[in-house]
Design a protein around this ligand. Structure first.
Ligand code: XBP
Ligand code: MG
Length: 253
């Protein structure tokens, strides 16, 4: 077994609760801008999260949840335009600072850097969205803390395919056995496990009933000193917030 050398983080749902009050709102603003009567409420959006990627999600909606819109040869161009508008709305929303990082995220990232661990991102979302979140919710300039930001269409097959994690590992020239992944969803853990990464899950309202079999640990959140996480499944080794010391025990190094 290698030593623990790097942490690879998912973004949406893991670093911050971006889906319900971020991506969903931005999609709806884009639909309005294009005078479409599509409106994704909180419940419907939960169903649409079965498919990762905004363009893929709009296609999934049209194919499965919309009886009236007739797809034709112009539809994919419309989806691309809608997605660009959605990205604009989403990054504008994040710039207002309304979406904070989840508990323990900033502390753990700083702890990792203080302990010379390398950090990376592996996400389905568009690169501009990652930059907007890191700049506004983590710290200005914090994008540079991440050795690799693997995001969006950089690989054709999105999560649950393992490709985005494999890409990040290749860029870092690290074996999966030297890393831990952080995820929040079933599609996410299927992707990270497909790349042979040991994975720690922090659930959220959309993902608490997902199948996380094989996860190293499933927690409510990363916890903070004085504000313990709740353990959903797995061995927390007596820790009550996630820090590098705990991650080394989980990793077995
Ligand atoms: C994130 C996603 C993304 C965002 C939308 O999944 O599914 O599709 O909801 O992003 P994960 P874009 O957390 O597993 O990476 O609209 O930019 O595609
Ligand atoms: Mg996620």
């Amino acid at each position: 077994m290698s030593n623990l050398e790097a942490l690879i983080f998912d973004v949406d749902g893991t670093l911050a609760d971006t889906e319900r009050d971020g991506h969903r709102i931005a999609f709806n603003l884009a639909f309005k801008e294009y005078k479409l009567d599509w409106d994704w409420d909180v419940d419907l959006y939960g169903k649409l999260l079965a498919v990762t990627g905004g363009k893929e999600r709009m296609n999934y909606f049209l194919d499965n949840f919309n009886q009236t819109f007739q797809k034709d040869e112009t539809t994919q161009d419309l989806i691309i335009e809608l997605h660009q508008a959605k990205t604009r709305h989403y990054t504008e929303l994040l710039a207002t600072g309304t979406i904070p990082l989840r508990p323990g995220v900033k502390r753990l990232i700083k702890d990792a850097l203080d302990n010379d661990l390398r950090i990376a991102i592996a996400t389905t979302t568009t690169p501009e969205n990652v930059t907007a979140l890191l700049e506004h919710a983590l710290e200005p300039g914090s994008c540079d803390w991440f050795e690799v930001i693997a995001a969006g269409d950089i690989v054709p097959a999105k999560k649950p395919a393992p490709d985005i994690y494999t890409y990040a590992l290749e860029k870092m020239k690290l074996p999966a056995s030297a890393c831990l992944a952080f995820e929040d969803s079933e599609n996410g853990i299927r992707s990270s496990q497909g790349a042979d990464l040991k994975t720690l899950i922090t659930i959220n309202d959309y993902t608490r009933d997902h199948d996380f079999s094989g996860a190293a640990l499933v927690l409510s959140d990363l916890g903070e000193p004085g504000n313990s996480f709740t353990t959903i499944s797995g061995d927390n080794h007596g820790f009550n917030y996630v820090n590098v010391e705990m991650l080394k025990v989980i990793h077995g190094s």
